[in-house]
Write a protein that binds this ligand. Sequence first.
Ligand code: ZN
Ligand code: ZN
Length: 358
Amino acid sequence: MMANKRVSRVREALLERNLDGLFIASPINRRYLTGFTGSAGYVLITAEKAYLLTDFRYMTQAPQQAAGFEIVEEHRQDTLDIIKGLLEAANVKRLGFENELMSYSMYGKYEASLKPVELIPASGLVEEIRMFKDDEELAVMKEAADLADRTFMHMLEVIKPGMSELEGALELEFFMRRNGASAASFDTIFASGERSALPHGTASSKLLGSGELLTMDFGALYKGYCSDITRTVMVGTPNDKQREIYNIVLEAQLHTIEQLRPGMTGREADALARDVITRYGYGEQFGHSTGHGLGMEVHEAPNLSKVSDTVLQPGMVVTVEPGIYIPGFGGVRIEDDVVVTETGVRRLTESTKDLIIL
Ligand code: ZN
Ligand code: ZN
């Protein structure tokens, strides 16, 4: 019973925060806790009970997916009354809610309707639990990463000078969808030549030219989990400068993966890559963090950044993605997904990082 183990973790966190219950409106947290994939609903967890509130469209699906949850049918106009009744029955006085998600007007409505229940900000409670991936999640994430690897291999066969970035990005996404992805996990970055200096250069109508760096950053959303990979390749023969920055980014990326350990903070992990790039004089051209957590969302906790105090622990999945971006020239980024183990990390994405010349 996967859902129940996650619910127990929520209950432990509720105890620590002196809360009697947790109200969840986030679609991703709802799916994580219940297994329910429908597009609407709320989760209410108390010391004794776990409810999934959803509407009539899901009265067959919800009980099948949300093992261990009591399914309550709601109709939008009576949602608050139903919640109020459930809270009273469970004697909830302090209810945690996702303050970073709820709009000001929604908060006003809930606050007034649920009185005397006190609404306590609890954003991040489920996200902290989600940082630790169980074996089932890791198996799905490995499949999502394998799909990204296969997509990269496929792209190596189709990329040629004269193709537009948009055409390339479309082919890439089409391949992922045809091979099991429900969507791209984010807007595909497909940026060539000078545009490769844009860390978030989504595909344009520009044609791939010979002698250009091409950065592809993409991922598959697969069974609810994301992969996220970046490879930079050469279209045509590289010049010395292109080769130089490629090798520096590669050294930084390999060094980080080699040295990452549980017990390090996000800041220490960030410095592994940053120090290498800075040593070669390109620190200013590496303007983003070294990596981010990955899971049901493409960006989640923990971050590998200059400001992260989170301690890395086994079961966390993060990206390692140093880059160098030189305006007017181009850029290189190399990104893998890794899972933190007892002794270091294990790669999920396994595509080659040798400089590929197409
Ligand atoms: Zn990426
Ligand atoms: Zn990333």
